[in-house]
Design a protein around this ligand. Structure first.
Ligand code: PLZ
Length: 449
């Protein structure tokens, strides 16, 4: 197959005739509850491009929701997967184990924050990682309550729906949810600042507010774990005020509460550090347990919990596992993806991408007061769109902007508790040219609305 040209190209309208036909088949075959952001069906992807079955080439600023960090056809991933499938596709690690699983666990123990002894368990998805982290924390502490935060997203299984804040579309109608889950206020500097300037810049104060609520409504003696995304993803790419996360971690340490960082979206080079926790405090912060998925599998389904050996090993033998967890093909892909991140300095690349995006979006914000906030880190940057006079969220504009970008051949995603955030998550293999072009399209389309 010829290489995929790294250029935006509109061969037909979006969607083209092939995608329209597939949409009809889909409507008769696929459950309606599963939705798609774009109406086009993918044929090939790689670098910074997704090509659809009608020959349209779209600039990828979404990475399949922060998964294809190393690209969708990274040579090291493709080669490793090919090799592994020709050897064996599955034996089950709980039946006859294999080296790939051990090697991925070793790698995760090495690259995650904290220089203490660690252990890892491998799973199939982000939600499954969160489920297991909570199991492990409960087993270790012999307590049952779990705290999560406003604006959080942790998955679509029963326990992770309970952890997730937003009702529509994730939870509505799907209850009852797992019990003993409590919610604390997050640090949301932009929106906090509209009411209380100090709260927006002082992470300790925002943490004190959350801790006060947890102490009065739950009590640390009942709390097994606190679960938090170091940058909230689906909630709107919310970077907490400096000091917020370290203050929560310190409180957890003082109160025998396991601090679980959900780095499913932020992890694996995405934010311009290997993990978002590395940005916190002077020397980074080390959570007790860290959940990963998305990017670590190089596009194949893989999740993991990594953490302090004493906590991880508190679980009885056979208490953790699953048929597919740490599938050998997914492990081969993960080792290929990690080699790409480390050998090609994709952490550094994410920082370059951050500079490029902030520069362009900063100029855009200066000219357009509907952009209330530009925020994020690395290749995880978003704009929050508002009604300028009131700073009320503007989800209609957000939807219109995303749809206009899609029609123009640029994949952008939306997010946010109020549905008013356009987020950018390009693969770290995208060229500066394609990224710049994608940002120009975004700026042009916003200007037309
Ligand atoms: N934790 C922080 O971002 C997945 C969800 C898309 P799974 N985010 C994308 C959707 O609408 O389903 C996510 C996340 C964080 C956990 C998860 C869950 O990861 O691999 O989708 O289960």
């Amino acid at each position: 197959m010829p290489p995929l040209p790294q250029s935006r190209h509109l061969a037909t309208q979006i969607p083209g005739p092939g995608s329209v036909r597939l949409a009809q088949r889909r409507a008769a075959a696929v459950a309606r509850g599963v939705s798609s952001t774009l109406p086009v069906y993918a044929a090939r992807a790689g670098g910074g491009i997704v090509e659809d079955i009608d020959g349209n080439r779209l600039i990828d600023l979404g990475s399949g929701i922060a998964v294809t960090t190393v690209g969708s056809t990274a040579p090291r991933v493709v080669d490793a997967v090919r090799q592994q499938v020709s050897e064996f596709t599955h034996t089950c690690f709980m039946v006859t184990p294999y080296e790939g699983y051990v090697a991925v666990a070793e790698a995760l123990n090495r690259i995650t924050p904290g220089d203490f002894e660690k252990r890892s368990v491998l799973l199939n998805s982000g939600a499954e990682a969160l489920e297991n982290a909570v199991k492990i924390a409960r087993s270790y502490t012999r307590k049952s309550a779990v705290a999560a935060f406003d604006h959080s997203y942790h998955g679509r299984t029963n326990l992770t729906m309970a952890l997730t804040a937003k009702s529509m579309p994730y939870k509505s109608g799907f209850g009852p949810f797992a019990p003993d889950i409590y919610r604390a206020p997050a640090s949301y500097p932009y929106r906090d600042g509209l009411i209380d300037k100090e709260l927006s810049s002082d992470g300790q104060r925002a943490a004190d507010r959350a801790i006060g609520i947890l102490e009065s409504q739950v009590g640390a003696r009942n709390l097994a774990a606190l679960v938090i995304e170091p940058i909230q993803g689906e909630g709107g790419f919310i970077v907490p005020a400096p000091g917020f996360l370290p203050a929560l971690l310190a409180w957890c340490r003082d109160n025998d509460v396991v601090f679980i960082a959900d780095e499913v979206q932020t992890g694996f080079a995405r934010t311009g550090a290997m993990f978002a926790c590395d940005h916190e405090g002077a020397a980074g912060m080390a959570p007790d347990l860290i959940c990963t998925a998305k990017g670590i599998g190089g596009g194949l389904p893989l999740g993991a919990v990594t953490g302090r050996a004493d906590i991880m090993d508190s679980v009885h033998v056979s208490g953790l596992g699953g048929t597919f967890g740490g599938n050998p093909v997914a492990c081969a892909a993960a080792l290929g993806a990690l080699a790409a991140v480390e050998e090609d300095d994709l952490v550094g690349r994410a920082r370059q991408i951050e500079r490029l995006i902030f520069e362009r979006l900063g100029r855009l914000q200066a000219d357009d007061d509907r952009i209330g906030d530009v925020r994020g880190r690395g290749a995880m940057i978003a704009v929050e769109l508002v009604h300028p006079e009131t700073a009320e969220p503007d989800p209609a504009l957000t939807k219109a902007l995303a749809a206009a970008c899609h029609r123009a051949g640029v994949i952008v995603l939306t997010c946010g508790t109020f549905g008013n955030v356009v987020r950018l998550l390009p693969p770290l293999t995208i060229s500066d040219e394609l990224l710049t072009e994608g940002l120009e399209v975004l700026a042009d389309e916003l200007g037309k609305l």
